[in-house]
Ligand binder design. Structure first.
Ligand SMILES: [Zn+2]
Length: 129
């Protein structure tokens, strides 16, 4: 069924995003000689094409056994910001409403809102050694 296929692909997408995320966290843990991560902060724009709820589910499923097994996932929602090429206006916008609010021009440039960033990782250090 087409609908089921679409859902599956989408879930796969969040899972691959999650795997890439855990890889970055592992790099971070290793380069700081930490024993694991306690908190992961992600910044996601509404136009990133990632569903935070699905990403949370993928994260919960894939973190056991990794350096992020005990880490809390904090998702920060980034605003959508646009700049108008006609009048120069810069403002926040709603996804799907990206035309300029001042002059109505559709020639706007996306300043932010499509990002998917690993903003910060809180590390657990081994205090014994
Ligand atoms: Zn404008």
């Amino acid at each position: 069924m087409a609908c089921w296929r679409r859902k599956r692909l989408r879930a796969m997408h969040e899972l691959s995003v999650c795997m890439a995320l855990l890889e970055q966290v592992a790099d971070c843990v290793e380069s700081h000689r930490a024993i694991g991560a306690s908190r992961i902060m992600l910044r996601i724009g509404p136009l990133a094409g990632v569903e935070p709820a699905l990403l949370r589910a993928a994260y919960a499923a894939s973190r056991p056994g990794t350096c992020a097994a005990d880490a809390e996932l904090v998702i920060v929602n980034a605003p959508v910001r646009i700049r108008c090429a006609s009048c120069g206006m810069e403002d926040e916008a709603r996804p799907g409403h990206l035309a300029c609010k001042t002059c109505g021009s559709a020639a706007t440039q996306l300043l932010s809102g499509d990002e998917l960033l690993l903003e910060a990782v809180d590390l657990m250090m081994d205090r014994v050694t």
